[in-house]
Design a binder for this molecule. Structure first.
Ligand SMILES: Cc1cc2nc3c(=O)[nH]c(=O)nc-3n(C[C@H](O)[C@H](O)[C@H](O)COP(=O)(O)OP(=O)(O)OC[C@H]3O[C@@H](n4cnc5c(N)ncnc54)[C@H](O)[C@@H]3O)c2cc1C
Ligand code: FES
Length: 264
């Protein structure tokens, strides 16, 4: 996967926080240096408060870039994320980024990109979709959630939905939706899957793509401390070419990995 250069640690102003569901907000940060070099799939590490609580920064995918502004989509699940969502516009946070590698969209091996996401895993897809569209690639979004309240489609285009309870779109999970749509999608050209969501979903995506010999990249999650390869908090095991397993640091060699690498 392509790597990212020019990491900066800057104090960024929160321009706006917009709640889009009971637990999820879009937070807009003014950080020109990160906006200028960010690539789809990169993340930032945010010190959400000026106190030592919480001590560690929290990682968030870059949801969108608009000039000098970056948007991030934050789901409030604990102390750090709820503090962050409650910070008022005009206050500032320390932001380290852009971090990690990015989705590999430069190759010519696909005509249509299938952006497959579940829950808060939809966060990186808007920036990815806009960048792919600017390169003239066709994009389809397959988005899953437990019910329609969990679908975070926002400004994404060409979307199909899957919900466990059938309250929006296909009844079932998003990998089953991919299975049901693949023949139709494949008529439009060679497809490549870009996925982000819970690790269990990503394992199912990787296994399906192997069966169907579909190119696939996955953005994984792990607990992260430093975001820059120092604390070893983000180590995960992936397949190695000799048939065994090897350990990578997800903040440096990820968060995006080739689907072939995921041990399923
Ligand atoms: C590369 C990367 C990109 C991410 N992008 C986004 C994003 O765009 N939007 C977003 O809302 N979140 C994203 N996350 C997850 C986000 O960083 C965590 O939700 C956040 O750190 C939790 O902080 P907290 O203090 O609110 O929760 P804590 O109080 O630390 O934890 C609350 C609960 O959530 C669990 N938890 C904490 N972190 C994670 C995690 N990474 N995955 C699963 N469970 C976790 C804890 O075990 C605990 O049970 C990303 C994570 C990574 C690694
Ligand atoms: S988060 Fe510290 S090494 Fe990856």
């Amino acid at each position: 996967m392509p790597e990212t250069n020019s990491i900066v640690d800057i104090r960024a102003t929160i321009v706006e926080t917009r709640r889009i569901s009971t637990a999820v907000s879009i937070i807009t940060l003014d950080c020109p240096a990160i906006a200028a070099s960010a690539r789809p799939g990169n993340f930032i590490n945010v010190k959400v408060s000026d106190t030592t609580l919480p001590l560690l920064r929290r990682p968030f995918s870059i949801h969108n870039v608009r000039g000098t502004l970056i948007d991030i989509m934050v789901k409030s699940i604990g102390s750090g994320t709820s503090l962050f969502c409650d910070r008022p516009a005009g206050s500032t946070v320390m932001v380290l980024g852009p971090l990690g590698n990015c989705f590999d969209i430069a190759g010519q091996e696909f005509d249509i990109a299938i952006l497959l996401s579940g829950g808060i895993g939809t966060a990186p897809m808007l920036f990815l979709e806009k960048t792919l569209a600017a390169k003239g690639k066709k994009v389809i979004n397959l988005i899953g959630g437990q019910s329609k309240e969990d679908i975070l489609a926002g400004n994404l285009s060409n979307c199909r939905f899957a919900t466990d309870d059938g309250s929006a779109g296909f009844r079932g999970n998003v990998v089953e939706l991919l299975r049901s749509e693949l023949t139709t999608i494949s008529k439009e050209g060679r497809a490549k899957v870009f996925a982000c969501g819970p690790n269990a979903m990503l394992k199912a995506v990787a296994s399906f793509c192997r069966e169907e010999q579909l190119a696939c990249e996955l953005s994984l999650e792990s607990v992260m401390g430093c975001g820059i390869g120092i604390c070893y908090g983000c180590s995960v095991e992936v397949n190695s070419p000799d048939g065994g397993l090897r350990t990578i640091l997800l903040c440096r060699e990820g968060p995006v990995i080739n689907g072939e690498l995921l041990a399923v």
